[in-house]
Design a protein around this ligand. Structure first.
Ligand code: FAD
Length: 473
């Protein structure tokens, strides 16, 4: 990550202002040579939950965290704030890990949603956590029933985390008749994501994690002895290193072929609590439609709508560059999608937008693995746009791996050499644009009730998995 993003997400601006009001102290930059038991690279949820878990297991451990920007400066401070389980991805989990482990992980991911709320309550983190459920909705006829194969599969295992909603109920819950039905998962929650990230940072500091911000790792020296994390003005020699860099981990060749970095963009409206009350959308319900270039939306505590769209900029090779920072270049496109979904809010102004990178794997699930086959360097990446809740489990997995524990987390089905490779550059970049274009054509045709041609359908089948699993994996 080079320099500091010129424009912060609305979420992170609010959270940093809140830190300043409470006179929370700045973390220093790393200078000189430092030693640690574990060095965590990256101060988003994954890095912070890992550091917190390490301290929970052994408070005497010396844990150092280095962050290129400020904690929460990456995706954790700019996401949609949907705290979701892995139930919607159960079929892919089952393909990857088998039924028993998939059930265990999905139950654990639902537990994580509640645990995050409890952690916030116990530690005085006011992250605007609301546990009001998630609606996986249809906004055109082609999307109706997208959730049924999953619900049938879950039925076979006797678990029922999702309930199908009629058109009327989906429209009423979401506040817009554009919703033609959906599946409701009571587990879902929302947060103001940057307040969560900054809150975790505060608790990590209180528990003795040494946090260095504005300290980008420039090199991970893996050639001899203990790994060493180098930054512009210092270095950390650690027995173990945990790489929690999300999309920025694409700098490592072994990660790069296993994920594509795709932008996701959010617009937020002005405050309009009365208008939201008038359409009956006053709780913390999170909603997404059933597209691959997904639309996701929720309200905020101060009465705004935050409306996001996936499938934005594509990164070339190892670079997560300026196109993934600051204001959204797709603001108009995302705003149009918002207007179509909530035509009755037509006069509520969009006042800000931002963008960020998604670490998309073929399967849509993350992987946790030894980097370069070394026994002392671990990486966790690939949440594919569903990391707010699951990164809590990511922290457990990475902490167990770093400590060499032989527990349910270190043995988890997601600790694996990642499934599914993407083609090398430049084929991946060119192919990615072709596939994304085909998905956009298909989804436009479905919105208009038109047929989708065969070539477009064939290209769409090459896309990474969304909520619906891939046929070919
Ligand atoms: C616009 C958007 C909307 C999203 N919406 C949702 C949602 O609603 N629900 C959901 O579950 N998920 C969502 N996600 C995904 C979610 O935000 C991520 O999965 C989650 O934040 C991942 O946490 P992380 O700690 O792994 O990554 P990050 O928070 O990105 O943390 C990685 C950190 O590494 C740092 N870093 C990078 N390079 C270096 C370096 N060289 N040295 C040191 N540090 C470095 C970065 O600055 C960053 O802070 C969304 C993502 C985006 C971008």
């Amino acid at each position: 990550m080079s320099g500091h993003p010129p424009v912060r997400s609305l979420w992170l601006q609010e959270a940093l202002a809140d830190n300043e009001n409470k006179s929370e102290k700045e973390a220093p930059e790393l200078g000189g040579e430092v030693r640690a038991d574990v060095c965590v690279v990256g101060g988003g949820y994954t890095g912070l939950w890992t550091a917190l878990r390490l301290k929970e297991i052994d408070p005497t451990l010396d844990v150092v965290l280095v962050e290129a920007d400020v904690c929460g400066g990456g995706a954790s401070g700019r996401n949609g704030g949907f705290v979701l389980s892995w139930w919607p991805k159960f079929q892919t989990l089952e393909k990857l890990c088998g039924t028993e482990e998939a059930l265990r992980l999905a139950h654990a991911s639902a537990g994580a949603v509640a645990d995050i709320g409890k952690f916030c309550a116990d530690n005085g983190i006011d992250a605007h956590y609301h546990h009001d459920g998630y609606l996986w909705a249809a906004t055109n006829e082609a999307q109706v029933g997208s959730w049924r194969p999953l619900m049938d599969e879950l039925d076979r295992h006797g678990v029922h985390p999702l309930v199908e909603l009629s058109r009327e109920v989906a429209a009423r819950r979401s506040g817009s008749p554009v919703h033609l039905g959906g599946a409701f998962e009571a587990t879902g929650a929302i947060v103001q994501p940057a307040l969560l990230a900054r809150g975790l940072r505060r608790v990590a500091l209180e528990r003795g994690v040494r946090v260095f911000e504005r300290s980008p790792m420039t090199q991970l020296d893996r050639r001899t002895g203990s790994p060493r994390v180098r930054t512009p003005a210092g270095s950390v020699m650690a027995s173990r290193v945990v790489v929690a860099m999300n999309a920025w981990a694409a700098r490592f060749a072994e990660v790069r072929r296993r994920m594509v970095v795709v932008g996701s963009d959010i617009v937020a409206t002005e405050r309009a609590p009365d208008r939201l009350a008038a359409i009956g959308w006053t709780d913390g319900l999170s909603i997404s439609d059933s597209r691959l270039l997904v639309h996701y939306y929720r309200t905020t505590d101060d009465g705004r709508v935050a409306f996001g769209k996936g499938g934005g900029a594509l990164a070339f090779s190892r670079g997560v560059g300026a196109r993934f920072e600051g204001e959204s270049r797709r603001r108009d496109l995302v705003e149009r999608a918002f207007r179509r979904t909530y035509p009755m809010l037509d006069d509520v102004r969009v006042t800000s937008s931002w963008t960020g990178p998604i670490d998309r794997t073929r399967t849509g699930l993350p992987f946790f693995w030894r980097l370069g086959g070394r026994p002392d360097v671990f990486v966790g990446v690939g949440y594919s746009g569903n990391g707010v809740g699951p990164s809590y489990l990511g922290g457990r997995i990475l902490a167990s791996l770093a400590l060499g524990r032989n527990d349910e987390w270190a043995r988890s089905g997601l600790v694996r050499s990642p499934a599914g490779r993407f083609p090398p550059e430049p084929f991946r970049f060119v192919g990615g644009h072709l596939v994304r274009g085909a998905i956009a054509r298909k989804e436009r045709a479905e919105d208009d009730g038109r047929r989708v041609d065969r070539l477009t359908k064939a290209l769409v089948r090459l896309a990474p998995a969304g909520l619906v699993p891939l046929d070919q994996d």
